[in-house]
Every structure is written in structure tokens, then in C-alpha cells.
Design a protein. Structure first.
Length: 184
């Protein structure tokens, strides 16, 4: 369990980094939903994420968890609304002209989302297992670069490597090791 102040700080940083991109994607993908509806869905997803962090259910991979929650809630909102976006219009010309929704397609998309969740969880588990088999130095290099988005020079200074080129080369070897462990 994490304290509320820390969770709020993590979520504020998270919002700063990812909120606008998620909103733009969801608004475009689910054009039948208004911007306010998408914002409401995102706020609900933030609450779900906040509780998941508080309960210790999510400690990393915050964005996939958040985005999956948003996407599922958007699909449910579309279903509840009985409306459609262009991707949900029936395939025949009559349906298209009359703007009728193809509920089979909505159901298919919801099932696909559930399948994607299981696939995403499997991939996440495999990635974590591969990382656990790597050396601490490799995990740290990759984390500093991909998660903390630090420059190679800063990473070299933090890890005691000679320079940015050395850090980049070491990370390249670590990525190769990760690929091998992930696919084995």
C-alpha cells in the first residue's frame, strides 16, 4: 500500500505525460462520444488507477492499465448510447445511409478488448520475467533510459560508465539479452 500523497504525485506526473495523447486518441477513435464524455471516462479511469495503485494491484505499467480502462469504458459508453462511430456502422449500404449501428460489431470489439487485455497481461508478465533474469546493471540501464527518459550522458554518470557512447553500447547489449530472454 502506498501513501496518498505519493499516489497523487505519481498521478499528477502521469497526467502531465500521457493525458493529452490519450484524450486525443479516444476522442478520434470514439467520435460518437463528446469531448466531455471522454473526459468523464478518463476521470473515472484515473480513479480506478488511483485505487489500483493504493491497493498495490498496479505498481508499474500504469499507462497500459489506464488506457485499457479508458478503452473499455468508451466501448461500454458506445454500447449504452446505442450510437456508433464510423467503425461501427453496418457493412451494407442501407445501414451506412441510415446510420444504423451494428451491435454484433460492438460485441466483437468488446470481446477483442477482453482478448487484448489477456494478451497484454501475458506480454507484460513475459517482459517482467525476462527483466528479472537480467543483471541489475542491465535492468537499471534500461529503466533509466526507457522509464526515466534520461540522456545517455546522465545515465553514464549515474551508473559509473565512461561516457554516453559506452552507456548506449551497454544498453544495446542489454536490449539484445532482453530480446533473447523474452523470446526463449
Amino acid at each position: 500500500m502506498t501513501d496518498e500523497k505519493t499516489i497523487n504525485r505519481v498521478l499528477a506526473d502521469f497526467d502531465r505525460r500521457y493525458s493529452e495523447n490519450a484524450k486525443a486518441y479516444l476522442t478520434a477513435q470514439f467520435s460518437v462520444l463528446s469531448e466531455n464524455e471522454v473526459e468523464d471516462i478518463m476521470q473515472e479511469a484515473r480513479i480506478v488507477l488511483w485505487n489500483a495503485i493504493k491497493d498495490g494491484k498496479v505498481t508499474k505499467d500504469l499507462y497500459p492499465y489506464f488506457f485499457k480502462t479508458c478503452k473499455n469504458q468508451c466501448l461500454k459508453a458506445v454500447r449504452k448510447k446505442g450510437a456508433h462511430s464510423e467503425t461501427l456502422i453496418g457493412t451494407n449500404d442501407e445501414d451506412y445511409q441510415e446510420g444504423r449501428i451494428n451491435m454484433e460489431k460492438v460485441e466483437y470489439l468488446l470481446q477483442s478488448a477482453a482478448d487484448d487485455d489477456a494478451s497484454q497481461q501475458y506480454k507484460s508478465d513475459m517482459a517482467h520475467q525476462a527483466l528479472e533474469m537480467m543483471t541489475e546493471k542491465c535492468r537499471k540501464l534500461l529503466w533509466l533510459y526507457y522509464n526515466d527518459e534520461l540522456s545517455w550522458k546522465v545515465i553514464a554518470d549515474m551508473t559509473g560508465l565512461k561516457n554516453a557512447t559506452t552507456a548506449k553500447a551497454a544498453a544495446s547489449r542489454c536490449r539484445q539479452t532482453f530480446r533473447e530472454k523474452y523470446h526463449s
